[in-house]
Design a protein around this ligand. Structure first.
Ligand code: UDP
Length: 399
């Protein structure tokens, strides 16, 4: 009974209509003999775990047995995979035998423990990629890459391709991330769960309670960026923009980040940010979905000033809440923000500062952009759309 309260496609009826719900139900019905598993590298922290926690529940509620497994690894393994992650998004990379050995051994060990005998397997991002080599396939294996894959490091990409070509399909977030591959590629933009703790409606007293719990002052307009502590999220650029903007419009900046178990750089970046002492700058590290929700709702402006961003769930999360977002003009962000219409796109701290000031000065603009932002998320970025894309992909392997 309780389960159906957690995730149920019928909850989406007021948002997407009963016809769409019936269509999804009938597509799912044709696949209800399947046992599927998703594999990634962390249960919390970051967009992939966010999507999987809701997607796997919704799939189960549709009658498709869907599991979620997380690979385990030592800090040196995750240090190596974080370097790979960075190199796939354009950083330099020093390719060594040691890195390859650790990477392959840890995944082989995980494969031994996992006993994967599912009808379909979906592997997320590069960390667990080689696991395909250690299993006898009982059905299609799909590699889902969430990164901004404009310019992957050539030598690393060539190496990873040995594994990618063992998969039956590759999913990327955008057509512009397409690579030269023999494996068929499809493109699914990520999506958010409007009923999760992070996105559900909150009352004003609930918002007040979360903000006061963390001693976040509410006397001035609040600017917020919520991101793992990662240099691609450009927290320094956000602080710089805040310093410029507050000279003209007094405000408070909250940088909220959580640590993910597969991201060993987070703690280091958090420590270095703490050295930036600035009045009305709060840097918080906490994994608290209700706080994320409260901040995205109460903020006058949300920033996501990334330098690389495969998609950027935090953009859609804030837009759903009717809060205008200033986002970096990179990766998946321009696919969510229509510049000057439902938010702003920027390429520098100075540009971000100018947009912050413009929005803080103009209540009507904030309200109008926020309304359009919410409408666009309801139209394009709900989890029900992503679930249907997965169902269509799974069906395509049967015909
Ligand atoms: N997030 C969170 N708490 C934090 C920072 C991030 O819950 O302190 C969540 C955020 O709300 C979003 C996800 O982590 O759901 C980040 O996804 P996104 O696609 O924005 O970035 P990624 O971390 O995957 O690069």
């Amino acid at each position: 009974m309780e389960f159906h309260k957690i995730a149920n496609i019928h909850n989406y009826e007021p948002l997407i209509g009963s016809e769409a719900v019936d269509r999804i139900l009938s597509k799912a019905h044709r696949l209800n003999d399947l046992h599927i598993v998703h594999i990634n590298s962390t249960f919390y922290g970051g967009g992939v775990s966010e999507i999987l926690s809701s997607l796997t529940l919704l799939m189960n509620s549709l009658g498709i047995k869907t599991g979620w497994r997380v690979i385990s690894g030592s800090p040196d393994f995750f240090a190596i995979t974080k370097k790979m992650h960075n190199a796939l998004q354009g950083s330099d990379y020093h390719f060594t035998r040691r890195k390859v050995q650790v990477f392959e051994e840890v995944i082989h060990e995980n494969a031994i423990r996992m006993h994967l005998n599912h009808d379909m397997v979906v592997v997320h991002d590069p960390q667990p990629l080689p696991i395909v080599a250690h299993n006898r396939k009982r059905g299609p294996w799909i590699w889902r890459c969430h990164l901004q894959l404009h310019d992957p490091h050539p030598q690393l990409w060539e190496y990873l391709q040995n594994y990618i070509q063992m998969y039956d399909a590759v999913i990327m977030s955008l057509p512009e991330y397409r690579q030269k591959l023999n494996t068929p590629q499809v493109f699914f933009m990520p999506a958010i769960d409007p009923f999760s703790q992070k996105n559900r409606e909150l009352s004003d007293p609930e918002i007040d309670e979360r903000l006061s719990h963390y001693n976040i002052p509410v006397d001035l307009p609040i600017l917020v960026q919520i991101s793992r502590f990662d240099r691609w999220k450009d927290p320094e650029g956000v602080i710089q923009a805040f310093k410029i903007a507050r000279k003209e419009m007094p405000c408070t900046l909250v940088l909220l980040g959580s640590m993910a178990t597969d991201d060993p750089e987070g703690a280091q970046i958090y420590e270095s940010l703490l050295k930036c002492q600035e009045e009305r700058l709060l840097i918080l590290s906490s994994q608290d979905s209700a706080l994320v929700n409260a901040l995205q709702r109460r903020a006058a402006v949300v920033l996501q000033k990334s330098l690389r961003e495969g998609f950027g769930l935090t953009v859609a999360e804030a837009m759903l809440k009717g809060t205008p977002v200033i986002g970096g003009r990179v990766g998946g962000i321009p696919h969510q923000i229509d510049d000057n219409v439902n938010g702003f796109l920027v390429s520098s701290p100075e540009e971000a500062a100018a947009r912050i000031v413009q929005l803080l000065k103009d209540d009507r603009l904030r309200e109008e952009m926020g309304r359009k932002a919410r409408d666009s998320v309801l139209k394009s970025f709900l989890l029900s759309r992503l679930v249907e894309q997965y169902l269509d992909l799974f069906s395509s392997f049967r015909s």
